[in-house]
Design a protein around this ligand. Structure first.
Ligand code: AMP
Ligand code: ZN
Length: 139
């Protein structure tokens, strides 16, 4: 897609530090890493977000991610890997081409800002009502 920076990376018009590629997926290191090894896994077919992406591309992205975090384990021996995926400018999606962040945290490094938040109990009745509403709108 024109003017999409990740489509340009896929087309080879912009360089990247590639870690994985197959028929449907490309993965490369983030140029603004929030931890060592911060990787982006993207479908080659342009789709903006989780609403738009085709199921086979979504599957391919996650299958590739499984392979990549196995390799990360060998190389970085992380304590854990956070998988983060943003949908919409309202939640700070900046590049409007679906991407899954794989963010490893190595031993002794700072806690990841994306994986720690305060747990505050919600209104359990409201939670139950909302679950029913969403469930009733599936499919
Ligand atoms: P977001 O859309 O907020 O989920 O994040 C977009 C991510 O893409 C950011 O972490 C950027 O650092 C990253 N990014 C933007 N341009 C490039 C690029 N040319 N190569 C690698 N990563 C990029
Ligand atoms: Zn694109």
């Amino acid at each position: 897609m024109e003017d999409c920076i990740f489509c340009k990376i896929i087309a080879g018009q912009i360089p990247c530090s590639r870690v994985y590629e197959d028929e449907k997926v490309l993965a490369f290191l983030d140029i603004n890493p929030i931890s060592e090894g911060h990787t982006l896994v993207i479908p080659k077919a342009h789709a903006e977000n989780l609403w738009e992406i085709h199921e086979e591309d979504l599957t391919a992205v996650h299958m590739a991610s499984k392979k990549i975090i196995r390799a990360m384990k060998q190389v970085l021996n992380p304590e854990g890997v956070a998988c983060l995926q943003l949908n919409g400018r309202g939640v700070n999606q900046v590049v409007m081409h679906y991407h899954l962040h794989l963010i490893p945290r190595t031993k002794g490094s700072e806690p990841l800002p994306v994986s720690s938040w305060e747990l505050k109990p919600g209104n359990q009745e409201a939670i139950a009502r909302l679950a029913e509403k969403i469930a009733a709108n599936l499919g």
